[in-house]
Unconditional design. Structure first.
Length: 364
């Protein structure tokens, strides 16, 4: 059988999911042939280690006419037995067998204040139609949490027998960690993108209040300096905020060094599909302080300390409680290791592979 994996997002925020899936599929399946479809700029981003995996360029923008027409033609010519679309954006008129992964419904439920209102809402309208259409045309849908499954079923009415929950995982960096010259001896941190729904301005406000008790406490934001990040940076500068540091893009070995050195990892998000960075922090023995919104209590269990993400005072008090209690921090570290052990990237790939075989078996 020939399976194509739409990996056009491999070099993006969702890229970890795609890269781990490919890594472990190579160990699991040496029989079927795989085509890994990437953008032209990412042609050399990921390299197969086995002969039955081949990288092919499919240079089509998400939510574009080229995706709907050109990508469909590309897949028709490639003629795989199954396509796994790792995101909902895909050529909707393609007639072949397909599995789709739905990570979250943030596109449908959020608005980023720096976006053009009209364009953003037109994109939302298109997104709503795409998400509903994907539920109809996919042979099977993978949701990355029970919360995402519940929200997607409420939105599309997809039946239970065509949607499964397959969890992601958190793990440590295999190589040697590399020091990052952070300008604080004591700091809390956040890793990831910075659109409005990540709720980082409330985190920054809580951090500024904590400076009364911890005058040398830093807040470190790790991630690319895109427009959202620059907008937040300018906002904090305008308000005169202190002890906030932006790393910009750094490699995983430096990011993970920061995980190990941080007093705590704080995740204030209003909406998530899974919440991978907090699990990665737990894997390094970092106490995690999290919003109780969305899927986060499901994924982080009793290993995190939670706050109301809309309440700056509650956020500040929860962070303070963790910072001033060595006993609580030690207990959180133990609970964090136990929580991380519940998840496995290899098991994610095995369960995904089983879904491929189930869909292909129906075809025969």
């Amino acid at each position: 059988m020939h399976i194509a994996i739409d990996a056009r997002v491999i070099n993006s925020g969702t890229g970890t999911y795609v890269a781990k899936l490919l890594k472990y599929l190579q160990e699991i399946d040496q029989e079927n042939d795989y085509s890994v479809l990437v953008r032209k700029k990412d042609e050399n981003y990921w390299t197969p280690t086995v002969k039955n995996f081949t990288v092919r360029v499919a240079d089509f923008d998400n939510y574009s006419f080229a995706e709907q027409i050109g990508f469909k033609r590309f897949l028709d010519n490639l003629s795989p037995d199954l396509v796994h679309f790792c995101m909902p954006q895909q050529p909707l008129l393609y007639k072949g067998k397909r599995v789709t992964t739905v990570h979250d419904l943030t596109l449908l439920k959020t608005y980023n204040s720096d976006k053009n209102w009209l364009i953003f809402h037109l994109k939302q309208l298109v997104g709503r139609w795409v998400f509903r259409r994907v539920a109809t045309i996919s042979d099977h849908v993978i949701a990355i949490s029970q919360n995402t499954k519940k929200e997607y079923q409420e939105f599309t009415q997809i039946p239970d027998d065509r949607i499964s929950v397959v969890y992601e995982a958190g793990e440590t960096h295999k190589g040697k960690l590399r020091k990052y010259n952070v300008p604080y001896k004591q700091f809390i941190m956040y890793v990831g993108q910075q659109p409005d729904y990540k709720n980082l301005r409330r985190l920054a406000a809580a951090h500024q209040e904590l400076l009364d008790q911890y005058p040398n406490l830093g807040l470190v934001f790790v991630g690319r300096m895109n427009e959202d990040t620059k907008r937040n940076q300018a906002h904090y500068k305008k308000l005169g905020y202190k002890n906030i540091h932006f790393t910009g893009f750094i490699e995983d070995d430096q990011r993970d060094w920061l995980f190990k050195k941080a007093e705590a990892y704080v995740f204030p998000s209003l909406m998530e599909g899974f919440g991978l960075p907090p699990l990665e922090a737990m894997a390094y023995g970092t106490p995690v302080i999290s919003s109780r919104a969305s899927c986060l209590p499901e994924i982080l269990g009793n290993a995190a300390e939670y706050f109301d993400p809309t309440d700056v005072t509650d956020m500040k008090q929860t962070i303070d409680r963790v910072l001033r209690s060595p006993e609580l921090r030690q207990d959180m570290v133990k609970r964090g290791y136990a929580q991380v052990a519940r998840y496995s990237w290899r098991r994610m790939a095995e369960e995904t592979h089983a879904i491929y075989l189930k869909v292909l078996d129906k075809q025969q």
